[in-house]
Write a protein that binds this ligand. Sequence first.
Ligand code: OGA
Ligand code: MN
Length: 286
Amino acid sequence: MSIDMLYSYRGFYFIPGALNVVEQCHWIKESLTSFPQPPNRTNHSAFYGALPDLFNAAHKKKHLVEVRTSVADVVSSGSFDASSNTDTHLWGFFEDAVVERSAYSCKSIAASFLMRKLRWSTLGLQFDWSKRNYDTSLPYNEIPKYLCQLARRMADPAMPTGEEFCPEAAIVNYFGSGDMLGGHLDDMEKDWSKPIVSISLGCKAIFLLGGRSREDMPTAMFLRSGDIVLMAGQARECFHGVPRIFTDNENAEITSLTSQLSHQEDLCFMEYIRTSRININIRQVY
Ligand code: OGA
Ligand code: MN
């Protein structure tokens, strides 16, 4: 990287190996089980409404079924454990056996398929992707205290002197094989002097940090599980993106992670993360 580029990236911090493998596992599990829980929104919310316990439903090979009639019958059969109301639909997770009997159902989708298609969830203040804005009227679960503490501690070197980072929103991105995040700016937060704290978990990715114009040649770097990046100040004005992740054994660089997840009760997490990357980025909005 040239000295000129270093100056244009002032405010960009790379903290390799910031999280140990136990911490990585903790945040992977949280990202899959608790962060997508309603009322937090995910990319599925607009279409299906709330999908409680999606990861668990996928593990149990359940199906999401659109129910139009006889909901009472299904509930009384004891197999109905989740429901949500959108304007015209009611969806719920059902055991395979119920789906086969499909008298009540119109459409059904494997929970495992929806899990693979989970692209983002939001914690704290909910970001509305259609309006590209924070919608403070939406209900949400608070960012967990321990994640706030971690973000505050990590953000410290990038904070204006004497100020403390105040985490208000977090976006969790889920990348499967072949998924990418196009070049973008995060410009919906009020104060760009405050950093975005961005945690990488799971498979290794290529991260591109560009300049203030889309035409500027970006710098490529690897982000591995446990790495943390801060984007503050001038770096907040730079385009960035994730053009690819590596899911093959040799390049994903997650062997310590997968061995940590090799106990029977953790195999579902191992199976997910072997071909996935999770990014948690924490923001001060106001
Ligand atoms: C974002 C972002 C980077 C990453 O969500 O805005 O830039 O490492 N994520 O996934
Ligand atoms: Mn971004």
